[in-house]
Design a binder for this molecule. Structure first.
Ligand code: ATP
Ligand code: MG
Length: 338
């Protein structure tokens, strides 16, 4: 495994600037997740590292070696693509063995068989080694695709939303497995996704990608508690952070220059207004099983927060709202330390 860095990398397709002056360092053995919406430049970034695209400017260094002008084959990366990309006519075992059969490797059949068995076990597909890859469920195919990358020990693994086509249960399981595998192998991993849960649960560090720019980089906790701006704050948190005009709910602690207050569930204390003053009204209570979403109207704004399922709020209740150390943003959308 190795450390990887991108220095001032830019890439345009015609008028579309897909990656803009992006600088990023990944340490040996680190799991970095880039989080961004569709079109943010995630796939382009991975293709640049893999050598499937050439940057217009900037450089890419893998394990101390400038690979900017090297062909993909010489970069020592393994790529898991956004869509399944198995060889349909081959069995699971043959798919897994494929990257090991390159003439450059000179592995014996025994060595290949051992490595395939090892990886099949790792991604829990060892019971299907003889199956044709078309005769697998979506989740199994994706496990083979991940296994086919893991069968090699490259400088870095590049993963392009490998779990996005799977159902929620399987996605949850594979998320944990990938994290376990990465830790076991001490693998350097650059993983891109639009799924905030994947980013929060797997990453050593998260990078927030927006319109080809790396907006902020930090540990999941840093990104969540100290977002640089409104954009980053809105990317993380379930339900999404409530962004409110500074004067909607009185907050004596708001620093001067505050234009917007960012209030997540943990920043809000909601109480039923016994009599007299209320800030807002309960619109509805959404039951999710282990918790409830409480939907409120405050002035002309809608707010969503979590409550525990035993809370007795109901539609029409008038409530008071207290803010506890929320996030503050200035007129340009940048966070002001509270
Ligand atoms: N080969 C190409 N030719 C022209 N434009 C491209 C090409 N590849 C990507 N783009 C454009 O570059 C931008 C970034 O695309 P990219 O595929 O990297 O986004 P993404 O973050 O992976 O999105 P998604 O989440 O939908 O996969 C988009 O505006 C896209 O239309
Ligand atoms: Mg993509």
């Amino acid at each position: 495994m190795a450390d990887v860095s991108l220095r001032n990398v830019s890439k345009a397709f015609g008028d579309t600037e897909a990656i803009k002056d992006l600088t990023l360092s990944i340490s040996d053995g680190e799991f970095v997740v880039l989080l961004g919406p569709t079109g943010a430049g995630k796939t382009t970034l991975l293709r640049l590292v893999a050598g499937l695209e050439r940057p217009d400017s900037g450089s890419i260094v893998i394990d101390g070696r400038d690979v900017t002008k090297l062909e993909p084959a010489w970069r020592d990366v393994a790529f898991v693509f956004q869509q399944y990309s198995l060889y349909p006519h081959l069995t699971v075992a043959e798919n897994l063995a494929f990257p090991l059969r390159s003439p450059a490797r000179k592995l014996t059949e025994d060595e290949i068989r051992m490595r395939v068995a090892e990886v099949a076990k790792l991604v829990r597909i060892d019971h299907k080694l003889g199956n044709k890859s078309t005769r697998l469920s979506g989740g199994e195919m994706q496990r083979v695709a991940i296994g086919r990358a893991l069968v090699r020990k490259p400088a870095i693994y590049l993963m392009d939303e490998p779990l996005s086509s799977l159902d929620a249960k399987l996605r949850g399981d594979l998320r944990l497995e990938l994290k376990r595998i990465q830790a076991e192998l001490g693998a350097t991993m650059l993983y891109v996704t639009h799924d905030q849960i994947e980013a929060m649960t797997m990453a050593d560090r998260i990078g927030i990608l927006a319109e080809g720019r790396l907006v902020q980089m930090g540990t999941p906790r840093e990104i969540y508690t100290e977002p640089a701006n409104l954009h980053v704050a809105a990317r993380l948190g379930q339900p999404a952070i409530n962004l409110l005009p500074a004067d909607l709910i009185a907050d004596a602690a708001a620093p001067t220059g505050t234009k917007t207050i960012g209030a997540r569930t943990e920043h809000l204390t909601i109480r039923r207004a016994e009599n007299g003053h209320a800030h807002g009204t309960v619109d509805w209570v959404e039951h999710l099983g282990d918790q409830n979403h409480l939907h409120l109207t405050v002035g002309n704004r809608k707010l969503v927060t979590l409550t525990d399922p035993d809370s007795l709020f109901k539609k029409g209740d008038r409530v008071t709202i207290q803010l506890r150390a929320p996030l503050y943003f200035d007129g340009a959308g940048n966070r002001i330390a509270g």
